[in-house]
Design a protein. Sequence first.
Length: 269
Amino acid sequence: MRSLERTSFVPPLHRRDVGGISVSSSAYAGSSVIPLHEHKHPYLCLVAAGGYRQSTRGREDDCRRGLLLVHPQGHRHSNRFHPQGARSVDLFLSAGWLEDHGIRGLLSDYRRMRLPGAEALLVRLERELRASDEAAGLALESAVLDLLAQAIRLEESPVRPAWMARVLERLRDQPASTPPLAELAALAGVHPAHLARTFRRLHGLSVGEHQRQLRVTLACQALRDPVRSVAQVAAEAGFSDQSHFARVFRRATGQTPREYRRAMQIRSP
């Protein structure tokens, strides 16, 4: 079994070291396989595109865009990539960072996390990794700190009630729809006001804001298809009109839908 230092299995597309953290982006070919391996140092992996099946501890996890995976030191796993391949952003922290109680706790065990602002964080991280101006390092470090803060806060949140999984599954299964709060509350078996308060406390945003982020993620995937028009993508993602879609998309990603599509086309082989 291979044991890796602070690096991934393939040469990185981009890499930058900032503030004791090594940040890199890597691309993996479709249907490729990484055999069982471990990393000598803990790290975080944010799935930036595509996806893969990860085998670890006798289970298989489906890892797709926006998922943050926390790998503790010596965590053994293997990966089988989807036909379209995948891209990831990996963060390796120096020993000095492990002196922080929150980070040490975060990296103590294998975790799969959905951060509230994952889509915007991905855009920031990859943009600053590619940037070459004097502010790029500072901007990248700021994005990394935001990611760590969100992950630690999510990990330290109170235990989720059992009904929250049903609500999240309903929202994920139909991201383009807008279910009334009363419908979600009935599904959860709680009062709508209680659902709204608990959802914001656990996720740091309202049900509507969460659903808007899911729609943006759905739109990002659809914009990779050059055949679909921006107006068609907006409608499929559940936005009332194209201008509203453009405003929400830019606020979430820092780019207009057309700018995002051009960037994806340039990045594609």
